[in-house]
Design a protein around this ligand. Structure first.
Ligand code: C2O
Ligand code: CU
Length: 488
């Protein structure tokens, strides 16, 4: 046993962004102010070279030289203060994805703050509330896809589903080098502004405009598919490639909580575990009535917490296969400490990747009281389109920042109805608020391709200027975003 646990500690230490060691090393200070515990962290963003197992040394951008960034873990009710130092060659900001922070702490350059200049620092401070699995990441350009992302966990005081052990799995897509050059593909377009797009809205308006304008030169951008997904080198779990998967040790009989986080630049995954089902306990950090499935899909920006009952000794493959995109699945290992195997049989594929029950939005039911109005005070129809022959991704045919404001008033219930006229997946994320989708609370919702629809409702209770966008970093950068502004 001692040997195993020694190994376990070693593994935890080796896992960037996960485990107790990471968390304790990252908590240099706690103080009290008016009886509230304030936890202070520092994060330095810098261009780094990092060893990614058999993939060798890669030039990526990191927080504190680690990839993913070191996990920030605090308890519900505490206050977070994070000093961010920018040693990158360009400006940056940090966004606390999912946490309903005050507007000025939201980290959206040009909207909630001026970007942090190279050499400068900025201090973010906000209440770590409510409890949940969140992420922190750069919100400048496509920096998130260079490696600037990490887990942010706020532990609940009394979890609604008990568990014995808690692991964080950060799913990420690794570029072979610098991100595809969006500017060369669409810089001219963005410079020309939305006027060229036509304001007709809808797919035909938007894409028709693009096609006319770009004439014969309608091709995908170098290094990127027509769906707006770069040609990634590999898909990783906690910074480790499939050939060198991280192992998560469990003891027989334990209930293991896995926090699945997706800060990927452009990859949506189907996740399954060989030999085990998953009991989904949280969607985007919000507690739900536990629902058992064989697999779930997780889009960029989404988080799911699942409980796995360790009742099937062995070493089992955890796999996350891309729904769109070419790389082989991201991999990890669920390993019982008292098993003789240290790795699953070669090529083991969880059945759930191809069959079995798949979590649906309709399966999610919040345990929190539902005070949503039956009728929204304001309804906004949003048509999502782009891709194919065009290099723009649009909402209502408009390319942010040349796009209409969505104006709302404090106290209203607001409903967004989204329709996806493109072939790509669009995980749509609203800053500063949780929204209701079906019977659950989330902050990011995956709108399926090919006429897929989703609608969300939120109470306007956090005044400011908030970003609403697709969490595919390239779709966002190429226009699929809006500002939601309180005007009263
Ligand atoms: Cu993860 Cu605009 O955010
Ligand atoms: Cu998108």
């Amino acid at each position: 046993m001692t040997r195993y646990w020694g190994r376990r500690e070693f593994i935890r230490a080796a896992l960037a962004g996960a485990g107790a060691l990471a968390a304790s090393a990252a908590v240099p200070q706690a103080s009290r102010s008016n009886g509230v515990v304030v936890r202070e962290f520092h994060r330095t963003a810098a261009a780094t070279e990092i060893e990614v197992g058999p993939l060798g040394r890669r030039a990526i951008w990191t927080y504190d030289g680690r990839y993913p960034g070191p996990e920030i873990r605090v308890r519900e009710g505490e206050r977070l203060r994070i000093v961010v130092e920018n040693r990158l060659p360009e400006p940056t900001t940090v966004h606390w994805h999912g946490v309903p922070v005050p507007n000025a702490m939201d980290g959206v350059p040009g909207l909630t703050q001026e970007a942090i200049a190279p050499g400068a620092s900025f201090t973010y401070e906000f209440d770590a509330s409510p409890a949940g699995s969140y992420m922190y990441h750069s919100h400048q350009g496509v920096q998130i896809d260079r490696g600037l992302a990490g887990a942010l966990v706020v532990e609940e005081r009394s979890p609604h589903v008990p568990y014995d052990r808690d692991y964080t799995l950060v799913l990420d897509d690794l570029l072979p080098g610098d991100p595809p050059d969006i500017a060369s593909g669409s810089g001219g377009m963005r410079g020309m502004g939305g006027g060229m797009m036509g304001r007709g809205g809808g797919m035909m308006g938007g894409e028709g405009g693009m096609m006319r304008r770009r004439g014969g030169a309608m091709m995908g951008m170098a290094g990127m598919s027509a769906l707006g997904i770069p040609d990634y080198l590999a898909l990783l779990v906690n910074g480790r490639p499939p050939a060198d998967p991280p192992a998560f040790d469990v003891k027989r009989g334990e209930r293991v909580r896995l926090r699945l986080l997706n800060p990927s630049g452009a990859t949506t995954y189907r996740v399954a575990i060989a030999g085990h089902r998953m009991r989904v306990s949280h969607a985007d950090g919000r507690p739900v009535k536990p629902v058992e499935v064989d697999a779930l899909e997780i889009g960029m920006g989404e988080r799911y917490d699942v409980i796995v009952e360790a009742r099937n000794p062995g070493a089992w493959a955890i796999a996350a296969a891309p729904l769109q995109g070419a790389p082989e699945p991201a991999r990890a290992i669920l390993r019982y400490v008292d098993t003789r195997r240290s790795a699953p049989p070669d090529g083991q594929e969880p059945d759930g990747l191809r069959r079995g029950s798949l979590l649906g939005l309709r399966d999610l039911e919040a345990i929190e009281p539902d005070d949503a109005a039956a009728r929204a005070d304001r309804e906004v129809d949003l048509v999502l389109s782009g891709g194919m022959m065009s290099t723009a991704w649009t909402i209502g045919g408009q390319v942010y920042p040349d796009a209409d404001l969505i104006e709302i008033r404090r106290g209203e219930w607001v409903r967004f109805r989204m329709r996806n006229m493109s072939m790509a997946l669009h995980p749509m994320h609203l800053h500063g608020h949780f929204f209701r989708v079906g019977r659950a609370w989330k902050d990011t919702v995956l709108v399926p391709p090919h006429m897929g629809e989703a609608s969300l409702e939120f109470r306007a209770d956090n005044p400011g200027r908030w970003f609403f966008h697709c969490h595919n970093a390239y779709h966002m950068e190429m226009g699929m975003a809006r500002e939601v502004r309180y005007v009263g």
